[in-house]
Design a protein. Structure first.
Length: 406
């Protein structure tokens, strides 16, 4: 790898980055809590699997619908106002969830999930361009990796802290089980309120939005940068690969390695732990390296591992698949920051489209499931290999584009 010119952030920028990164922590916690609600609501209201998974389906589909409207809202009202609106929506959604716990209403829980998903989508569309814009352009991948690390902490801590309240080991009535949501969501309300206060007090430089007409026009204009659209495809493939590996890793270890499902499930923790570890390392070291070279390296290693898992299914292949979490760690923030580069007033719209591209996490696992019904599970990881190949092609493209501009 070629070392980049060493640069650092000022102390005020680092403080602002810490505070703005609390927002990804919030949406990570809200996202993880939604996954936890699936088995919890099924148990509380004696739902079928189809009924209980509705909360997850709704939560996953809202970004596809709300990505662009969120961008247009930013174009009209600015990043700062849109950020506080998203936090207010999250607060309102948690409030509806508290009411659903008190009234034992599954319908209200579903409604609260819709509001929370809209809030999370808006947070993502707002915060990623803000973080990208907070300092030197060549350090934008480092900043997004840092905020992704804080997001991962929220994803990890929320279910860890909430599970003990939601799932009790002693008999409870329906109303008592429904009320188990009160403490976790009151905790989330507290975190949102404290974060909102800190953001109001912090000195954060939001992207210039004084000329609302110009920004609004930029949000509505067609984006003509080829590297951005390739970035959309890369994000689509990345989310698809990440979720597919997490979804079918246990099946691979069970079917190929003959590992008991109870034992194989433990390796999921190592998979996500590798992603968190990689983000911690990336947040500390990306300033020293060219992010494009790091992305090429990670995508190349991931491509090799996925092909190896197809052509040589064995215990070693299974362990290498677990290590893909480490390869994934910096992909999202690096792809996102590279795709937003040089977009100016169109950054809000671009961010919305990139968030929408996260639907790959719903589409690729379904495609892999269809393949798994016809072929052995190891062969289906060829689909994941295609995703890594596309990500690698994107990183090579932006590297060559940068070289031509110099």
């Amino acid at each position: 790898m070629i070392a980049a010119q060493p640069q650092t952030h000022s102390s005020s920028t680092r403080s602002a980055l810490w505070i703005i990164s609390l927002v990804p922590l919030i949406w990570g916690a809200l996202t993880a809590m939604t996954s936890l609600l699936v088995p919890y609501l099924r148990d509380v209201y004696s739902l079928s699997h189809t009924q209980s998974v509705l909360v997850q389906v709704v939560f996953s589909l809202i970004p596809v619908v709300m990505g662009l409207p969120s961008a247009f809202m930013i174009g009209r009202y600015g990043y700062r106002s849109s950020l506080f609106l998203s936090l207010a929506l999250a607060l309102f959604g948690c409030g509806v969830m508290l009411v659903s716990a008190i009234t034992s209403s599954y319908v209200l829980s579903l409604a609260a999930t819709i509001v929370i998903s809209i809030a999370v989508t808006t947070m993502q569309v707002v915060v990623n361009p803000v973080v990208t814009n907070m300092g030197p352009q060549n350090l934008s991948s480092q900043r997004l990796t840092f905020s992704s690390m804080v997001n991962a902490i929220g994803v990890m801590l929320a279910p860890l802290l909430a599970a003990g309240f939601l799932f009790r080991d002693y008999p409870q009535t329906v109303s008592e089980r429904a009320a188990n949501m009160l403490v976790p969501y009151l905790g989330l309300v507290l975190v949102i309120v404290v974060t909102t206060y800190l953001l109001k007090q912090a000195s954060i430089t939001f992207p210039n939005n004084r000329d609302s007409k110009k920004t609004d026009t930029g949000a509505r204009a067609k984006i003509k940068h080829p590297h951005f659209w390739f970035g959309v495809v890369a994000i689509f493939c990345y989310t698809g690969a990440e979720v597919s590996v997490a979804t079918y890793l246990i099946s691979y270890l069970s079917d190929v390695v003959n590992m008991a499902a109870s034992e194989a499930s433990r390796y999921i923790a190592f998979y996500w732990g590798g992603a968190l570890l990689g983000r911690i390392v990336g947040a500390m070291t990306l300033a020293r390296f060219d992010a494009r070279n790091v992305l090429i390296s990670n995508a190349s290693v991931a491509l090799f591992i996925s092909i190896f898992a197809v052509v040589n299914p064995c215990y070693l292949s299974g362990m290498l698949l677990v290590g893909l979490g480490l390869c994934h760690s910096i992909m999202y923030p690096v792809i996102f920051s590279l795709a937003l580069n040089r977009l100016g007033a169109q950054a809000a719209k671009a961010s919305g489209i990139l968030v929408m591209a996260g639907c790959g996490g719903a589409i690729f696992p379904m495609l892999q499931a269809l393949l798994a019904d016809r072929y052995v599970i190891s062969d289906t990881f060829g689909l994941v290999a295609i995703c890594y190949l596309i990500i690698m092609m994107f990183s090579v493209m932006v590297k060559r584009l940068s070289a031509r501009e110099q």
